[in-house]
Design a protein around this ligand. Sequence first.
Ligand SMILES: [Zn+2]
Length: 192
Amino acid sequence: MDEVLIDIPEEFYSDGEGKPFETCVVCGKNLKDPGTHYVVEKAMKNYADNEYSVTVFEYAMCTDCYEEMQKGMSEESMRNLQGYYQKLIADKGGPYLSINLHEFNLKKWLSNCFFKDKPVKEMKEYQLIGQFSGNKMVLNTPPMAIGEEVMEEMSELLSTQTKGEMDRFREQFLGPPPEIEELFKGRKILLL
Ligand SMILES: [Zn+2]
């Protein structure tokens, strides 16, 4: 299947840079090279009665490093997560999403938890995840907002060992400030 590509929307820009991410957080690879595949994740927190949201951490990671990181997960955790993911997808009516590009509205698309269809605006925290290639976003695996409920449930499926690995990885490459560390400790960086 051909890749469906659109310009990188601002929602997935680096807040720190005010423009699209340029390098892999782990290996430093230039992400703007055409055909370089990578993932962007942003963790968001709502403040002031959810009037506004703030990015608490963000990164871009090339597919190679992403796969490397996944190896840090125990088999049990991986199996649990895959089972959970498949159930959510099945609840949504199957893996085949069709996005009508003429009507595609990213803001609307990202305003609800991808899995549970609840507005992220009403949550304390949520994550945004998207897949990219060079200077484009890839829509074949659509971008997602993942609500706190799903984040929590996923976290519960991880073994202590995997949580430790994920925390170690996070600290090494993302060096989160203490507040964030508490918030996202043991949280899995998404499965795709
Ligand atoms: Zn990399």
